[in-house]
Ligand binder design. Structure first.
Ligand SMILES: C[S@@+](CC[C@H](N)C(=O)[O-])C[C@H]1O[C@@H](n2cnc3c(N)ncnc32)[C@H](O)[C@@H]1O
Length: 231
């Protein structure tokens, strides 16, 4: 993994901006030329500065958007919504930027560091929907503390979510589904929306499949979709 970005949080960093294989020329151009206009400055966010030229009807956040397939599809389908995407993997950021450019999207803003930095900077009761889709499962017990979902994260999500907001969580790892369910059920701020026995096996309306979901399905793993509503 590459060195953390300069604005990485002081406590143990899960991820700073990180890089996989070398960016292609076009991707490097997008990072150099398109990202600056879309990148969120956390200080300005914390100060309540508007993120978009036109006030969106709602703000939605996707944490760990990977290649941006879902983020871009949501932005395209919901032009009145402001989409914030958070992803430290710079190759994924470049893919999302290509999607923004291809579709001429004006309703996407990005953060390229550890999501905890973004969560900490987001003003209270700001977000109407938060997507956490196939977060890294860290399957070994000794690595569980690295999981994005923790009691601390759940409390932070409760702080930044508006009343009635939804957190939508998907995973193909049963153990992580149980882990996440336990933490949200322990929170006084969220209730699990499971209207029928099969809800958690069915993706949401308007669902845009992600790369990791495709991998999971190809490997024969059944995804779990959990919806938590902020009280
Ligand atoms: C397993 S991938 C899933 C990507 C995408 N959501 C999908 O379904 O295809 C997990 C993603 O979460 C990102 N990630 C891991 N830790 C993160 C953190 N602390 N903040 C933001 N993103 C993170 C990783 O870089 C990676 O792209």
């Amino acid at each position: 993994m590459a060195a953390p970005s300069p604005d990485a949080p002081k406590r143990r960093t899960l991820y700073g901006r990180s890089k996989g294989k070398a960016l292609r020329r076009r991707q490097a151009e997008l990072i150099a030329n398109a990202l600056p206009a879309l990148e969120i400055e956390t200080e300005r966010l914390a100060a309540g500065a508007p993120l978009f030229a036109a006030q969106p009807s709602e703000l939605w956040l996707e944490i760990g958007f990977g290649g941006g397939e879902h983020l871009i599809a949501q932005a395209l389908a919901n032009p009145e919504i402001g989409l914030i995407g958070c992803e430290p993997f710079i190759n994924g950021v470049a893919k999302a930027l290509a999607g923004v450019e291809r579709h001429r999207l004006a309703n996407v803003r990005l953060q390229t560091g550890d999501a905890r930095l973004l969560l900490g900077a987001t003003p209270t009761a700001t977000l109407s929907r938060i997507f956490i889709l196939y977060p890294d499962p860290w399957p070994k017990r000794r690595h569980h503390k690295r999981r994005l979902i923790s009691n601390e994260t759940v409390a932070e999500l409760a702080r930044i979510a508006k009343s009635g907001a939804e957190v939508r969580f998907a995973t193909d790892i049963d153990d992580y589904a149980g882990w996440t369910l336990a933490r949200f059920l322990a929170s006084p701020d969220f209730r699990w929306l499971a209207e029928s026995a099969n809800d958690w096996r069915t993706p949401w309306d308007g669902w845009a499949p992600t790369r990791y979901e495709a991998k999971a399905l190809a490997a024969g793993r059944a995804p779990v979709y959990l919806t938590f509503q902020r009280r």
